[in-house]
Design a protein around this ligand. Structure first.
Ligand code: 26W
Length: 795
């Protein structure tokens, strides 16, 4: 059976190579082989994709639309193959064609259409939505250049363009009939749709395929403004052509750029047109739109959907009141950060100029809203000013999103509490019940099953494979934590993963000189020592600097060896984050048994290598600052122990794992972090801290030192002594490998609540949608039609 299927697929790949690439299997290069193979696979997926779409079209359920400026899907092929259970088939097929599967999987670029947590969360959600067969569609932008590629030249970050679309992308399908025109005032831009299939996991039923639709202005020749060109304005003539060219490579920091505003509106307007067209097609009217459509606003970036939806519904004949009420029923908004500098505000003048009609709607909406506030708080003008969407010539996008939605959620319990009590307290009083929490998760199918096959096998051998679709079952692993055989097997697997990472770093992680020339690769790592891992965007609040100071302490105190791995990008204009990278790089140059490695260009693919190899997971943000974190979950389900503050989702992880198996918690609480604090006092009081801080100069970090002593806004020095004490406990436990393994297995067992399957069930309640599995009759009909084509091809 497998052999026959592999023969068939192999023939299809060969056919595809000849038909599309003009190549034979003998002459095709790696890239061509990859393209042909993926096209053959995509063909297999098409019937399910069409059947998913047609089932929804036939059943006409309420549908949720996910709007996000960012996605970080990671490489698609291997994950898709795994989800449909075709791993063996693909391996056998590749073998028949004389190629390695790894050549197939690794030839694929990693699409960097996002910055970090927010984008990766969106992609985990899509996996769960597809697997749970919810009627959902996702929209985003097809950036020509994703987040920059990071190189480290003599310790400094250098940004390189990410050219992921250099070659044809076999997983996207351009959909010309879905193109729409977006209007900025009188200016028109054509947006083209590119669809990417999101393949759900399935074992005992047909798998569903969701659509991720990405808009691009690049490919449409209409977007070139000949008139402007003739007037001599080349840059303005092609502005709309390049609108979707780059992802703004910034997280937690708003930049207020005109092109960014245009990008946000492009996503909103193109997606909404598509959504409302579907509504008209299925129901022939907007009367029931508030019943049939739900829209999720992923952070404030797509918040312009509020005025644009109200405006469009009025254009379709609804009254102002009906349009406004429908908008609030339809929209909900997720907040992903409370950092001030990330709360987006647009200049009102700019918005009026670029989006006059939408601005008018915002004004009217805000007028009504302010009156409501006055009524509720008996004319308290101070309150009105604080809540208003428009303030001092700015449009506050978070306020717009809150006013225009029926549900607002944070991404972990602590974060949602802080949102309600500190960021939007008056909004909460205004609209009781609107604020809720949906704790983040990760898809354990990518982040355990796919990236750590040995550990996945370990789990399945002990508790069966039910955990793959019902992650709550991971709890059953508890029973095995005490078992010596399991503890030893755990270590075998962890060591193997550590060796695999070490091998990769030796071959692929370069050390470069000041001109970017590769001098060498990393020296051999000892898989027996502790692998201590901090991987995430470089940001002051995430406190990579505290970790670096601790490395200095370890060395000064001649403590046992370990490997401290860092990975992460700094926003191009974020000077202090770049200084932190320089400091870490300087530390990595010192030959010491406490080794430091800064892994270049951290992205989803690198995460997939690093996470299974981690012993210790660094989740050390200043309590109250990290909304949730999701790397914390990935590392923990791969058997790393967390050293962490009571921040974001750490709090809930700790509660689920229980204090007994959470030995490395430390640091001030979010509440304590509201009290005044003087870094100089810690420096005076604590000798170990003083010595470490004073050594910063040796590594060229005098500015960082100064900043710590005078300001230290993220309280690095405050928590450093407690952090060092927790690290001491790490050392002690690592010296007892079996007890460490027991603890790690308990940590894995406690991760049940942190699958995105859970988060998505919660969102589905907010949206009020039900699963809509493929109708077998529809699939059968489509497969019949499809088979005719297959036969015509001689298969
Ligand atoms: C436009 C500037 C900008 C860009 C991105 C501001 C803010 C953002 C994001 C909201 C930042 C972000 O990615 N936040 C992270 O979201 C994750 C998913 O919910 C959380 O796990 C992280 O804690 C949070 O920092």
């Amino acid at each position: 059976m497998l052999n026959e299927q592999a023969d068939l697929l192999a023939r299809k790949v060969k056919h595809n190579l000849i038909a599309e690439n003009g190549r034979t299997i003998e002459t095709a290069n790696a890239r061509e082989f990859y393209n042909a193979f993926c096209r053959a696979l995509r063909e297999e997926v098409m019937a399910h994709w069409v059947a998913t779409v047609e089932t929804v079209r036939a059943k006409k359920p309420r549908v949720a639309y996910y709007l996000s400026m960012e996605y970080l899907p990671g490489r698609l092929t291997e994950h898709g193959v795994l989800n449909v259970g075709a791993g063996e088939l693909v391996r056998a097929t590749a073998a028949k064609l004389g190629r390695k599967v790894s050549d197939l999987y690794l030839a694929e670029p990693d699409p960097g259409l996002g910055n970090g947590g927010l984008g990766r969360l969106a992609s985990c959600f899509l996996d769960s939505l597809a697997t749970l067969q919810f009627p959902v569609r996702a929209y985003g932008l097809r950036y020509q250049y994703g987040v920059f590629e990071q190189e480290i030249w003599d310790g400094r970050q250098v940004e390189r363009p990410d050219v992921w679309l250099l070659n044809e992308n076999p997983w996207e399908r351009r959909h010309d009939s879905a193109a729409v025109t977006v209007r900025f005032g009188n200016e028109e831009v054509r947006a083209l749709a590119f669809d990417i299939p999101v393949i759900g996991y399935a074992k005992n039923h047909p798998y569903s395929v969701l659509t991720l639709r990405l808009w691009s202005t690049k490919e449409s020749p209409r977007n070139f403004e000949l008139q402007r060109f003739n007037e001599g304005f080349l840059d303005r003539a092609s502005e709309n052509l390049v609108l979707t060219d780059v992802l703004y490579p910034n997280d937690h920091n708003e930049m207020g750029k005109r092109i960014r505003l245009k990008q946000e509106f492009l996503l909103v307007s193109a997606s909404l047109q598509n959504i409302l067209q579907r509504q008209m097609l299925l129901f022939g009217s907007m009367e029931n739109v508030a019943d049939k459509v739900r829209i999720q606003i992923n952070d404030t970036h797509p918040a312009l959907v509020v005025p644009e939806l109200i405006r469009s519904l009025q254009e379709h004949g609804l009254s102002w009141e009906k349009a406004r009420d429908a908008c609030m029923e339809i929209c909900s908004y997720t907040n992903h950060t409370i950092l001030r500098e990330a709360l987006v505000e647009w200049n009102e003048g700019q918005m009026r100029e670029l989006l006059p009609k939408q601005h008018e709607v915002i004004q009217k909406l805000n007028g009504e809203f302010c009156d409501e506030v006055r009524k509720k708080f008996s004319g308290d003008e101070e309150k009105v000013r604080r809540l208003s969407i428009l303030e001092h010539g700015h449009v506050r996008m978070a306020h717009l999103a809150v006013v225009g939605s029926h549900a607002v959620n944070g991404v972990a319990k602590l974060h949602s509490e802080i949102l309600k009590e500190r960021v939007f307290p008056e909004f909460d009083a205004m609209y009781p019940g609107k604020f809720t929490n949906v704790t983040n998760g990760v898809t354990h199918r990518r982040w355990l099953l796919k990236i750590n096959p040995r550990l996945a096998q370990f789990v399945t051998e002990r508790i069966g494979d039910g955990w793959v679709t019902n992650f709550g079952e991971i709890k059953k692993l508890e029973k095995f934590a005490k078992e010596k055989e399991s503890q030893e097997r755990f270590w075998e697997i962890k060591r193997e993963n550590k060796r695999r990472l070490a091998e990769f770093l030796e071959k692929e992680d370069p050390v470069r000189d000041a001109h970017g020339m590769i001098l060498s690769h990393r020296a051999k790592l000892d898989a027996k020592v502790l692998f201590d891992v901090q991987i995430k965007r470089i940001h002051e609040y995430k406190r990579q600097l505290m970790n670096a100071l601790h490395v200095i302490m370890l060395r000064q105190q001649k403590r046992p060896g370990r490997v401290v791995l860092f990975g992460g990008k700094a926003a191009a204009g974020y000077e202090r984050a770049k200084q932190i990278i320089q400091l870490i790089s300087a530390l990595s140059k010192v030959d010491d048994k406490v080794r430091v490695i800064f892994v270049e260009n951290y992205n989803v693919s690198k995460a997939e290598l690093l996470i299974p190899a981690a012993d210790l997971s660094e989740q050390i943000s200043t309590a109250g600052m990290e909304a949730s974190g999701t790397g914390n979950m990935k590392l923990s389900m791969n058997g790393a122990l967390t050293i962490g503050t009571d921040d974001g989702a750490n709090v809930e992880m700790r509660a689920s794992i229980t204090d007994k198996w959470w030995p490395f918690g430390f640091g001030a609480s979010a509440e304590e972090n509201r009290k005044p604090y003087h870094p100089g006092e810690v420096y005076q009081r604590d000798e170990a801290v003083r010595k470490a801080v004073d050594a910063l100069g040796e590594f060229g970090a005098t500015e960082l030192r100064q900043h710590l002593l005078e300001h230290d806004p993220y309280r690095v020095l405050q928590d450093l002594p407690a952090y060092a004490a927790a690290q001491k406990r790490v050392e002690e436990l690592y010296a007892q490998p079996l007890l460490w393994a027991e603890t790690a297995i308990h940590n894995m067992a406690g991760m049940g609540p942190f699958s995105t399957d859970e988060s998505i069930r919660h969102y589905a309640k907010i949206w009020g949608i039900e699963p809509c599995p493929i109708d077998p009759k529809i699939l059968a009909r489509i497969e019949t039609d499809y088979t005719v084509f297959r036969t015509a091809n001689g298969h």
